[in-house]
Design a protein around this ligand. Structure first.
Ligand SMILES: O=C(CO)[C@@H](O)[C@H](O)COP(=O)(O)O
Ligand SMILES: [Co+2]
Length: 225
């Protein structure tokens, strides 16, 4: 378990894009802590979603919302700065497509924003070893990136447990975010393993009542202690 604050971050990928700002406001009113914004470029992942103008528009429409921007793109080194300037509060990127992850992290931080590194199901945790002290967050993918609504990959729980131990050994105190297939049914084991930021797209936006959906995830996660 972690003592880091539990945060529920609905992924807006599952929102109704024709009413995006209203949908974001609705999940905030329902108790969401962060808004998770999935940016996909059709190269790094086989899907295209949203880009800088949408982040700028959300920043304008929701000045107090915490925008957790997850870049699933090639050349993140060229885009971390623009997304931070567009209004992201936290920018995460996947290290395999970065030429200079350490530099990209410090580009984000120099703009006063938090930096995260995203680790795919097939990506080893050791990408984090030399960057942990520079980061604010480790984003552990519990599905392969590209789409909402995929099934949770169970071995992620063990990976988070290993990461928790590894970060403790390194003396690095990071938020651990888990992303993909998160629901009330796995929230407790994820929190117990050490995750404190739970991203949930379809489990929130696909539910008839956003508050009940967010409360259910929070209540289950809180059972971890
Ligand atoms: O980054 C991604 C997918 O690539 C995620 O943020 C998903 O969009 C989460 O959606 P659900 O799996 O919770 O429906
Ligand atoms: Co995501």
């Amino acid at each position: 378990m972690t003592t880091r604050q539990l945060r529920i971050a609905p992924s807006i990928l599952s929102a109704d894009f024709a009413h995006l700002a209203d949908q974001c406001q609705a999940v905030i009113d329902a108790g969401a802590d962060w808004l998770h914004v999935d940016v996909m470029d059709g190269h790094y992942v086989p899907n295209i979603t949203i880009g800088l103008p949408v982040v700028e528009a959300l920043r304008q429409a929701l000045p107090d919302a915490f925008l957790d921007v997850h870049l699933m793109i090639d050349n993140p080194d060229d885009f971390v700065g623009p997304f931070a300037r567009a209004g992201a509060d936290l920018v995460s990127f996947h290290p395999e497509t970065s030429r200079h992850p350490h530099r990209a992290i410090h580009t984000i931080k120099a703009l006063g924003k938090k930096a995260g590194l995203a680790i795919n199901p097939g990506t080893p945790l050791n990408w984090l070893d030399h960057l942990a002290h520079d980061l604010d967050l480790a984003l552990i993918m519990s599905v392969n990136p590209g789409f909402g609504g995929q099934a949770f990959i169970p071995h992620t729980v063990d990976k988070i447990r290993q990461l928790t131990a590894r970060l403790e050994a390194l003396g690095a105190d990071l938020d651990i975010e888990v992303d993909g297939g998160v629901s009330p049914s796995n929230a407790e084991q994820l929190r117990r393993a050490g995750a404190n930021v739970l991203v949930a797209g379809s489990a929130v936006f696909g539910a008839p009542n956003y508050k009940q959906a967010i409360d259910a995830i929070r209540q289950q996660a809180s059972l971890a202690g």
